[in-house]
Design a protein around this ligand. Structure first.
Ligand code: ZN
Length: 171
């Protein structure tokens, strides 16, 4: 079985996409069970997905929020990303956020993607999902690192069926 993490790019933004895909794979790989595969790719159009996949929309900033517009939820904390953990589940992350004076580098954006996929696949809101553990913290910084318990948590939920919201694509 191949599990796809789809990085949706509906606004057709320029970014270091290949680097972002590579950084994201690194974070998910420890959670992929023997015999399974993980694939991460970016796309500007709806690729069609299975409930075993996950879509994360990568958008410029909160002003373009798809999750706020369609599900009435927004990230009040620090403008990194947000997830509506429903059925379908919808999540997005923001490219333009500045971290220590620098626009979001792929290595940091990949961590935010991991965090939002966690909310998405585990179907957990803030209270259930946030822990003082690795990438499950309230306020993610570039210094936070993936932990072993993060990876075993993700291994449990990555394989779950969660219908994904595909309404964020414009074509
Ligand atoms: Zn969170």
């Amino acid at each position: 079985m191949t599990y796809n993490i789809v990085l949706g790019n509906p606004f057709k933004m320029k970014y270091r996409w290949q680097e972002l895909c590579d950084e994201t794979i690194k974070l998910f790989k420890p959670s992929v069970k023997k015999g399974n595969k993980i694939r991460v790719f970016s796309t500007m159009t709806n690729p069609g997905v299975l409930p075993t996949d996950a879509i994360v929309y990568v958008i410029p900033n909160q002003d373009f929020s798809l999750v706020a517009r369609h599900f009435g939820m927004w990230d009040e904390a620090r403008e990194l990303g947000v997830t509506y953990p429903g059925r379908p589940s919808a999540c997005e992350v923001y490219r333009d956020t500045e971290i220590e004076g620098e626009h979001m580098p792929p290595s940091m954006l990949a961590k935010v993607i991991w965090h939002e996929v966690g909310h998405n696949k585990a179907q957990m809101g803030i209270r259930a999902f946030h822990r003082q553990d690795g990438l499950r913290v309230d306020r993610l910084t570039r210094h936070d690192q993936l932990t072993k318990s993060n990876s075993s948590f993700m291994a449990t939920y990555l394989v779950k069926d969660v219908p994904q919201w595909t309404g964020g694509f414009f074509e």
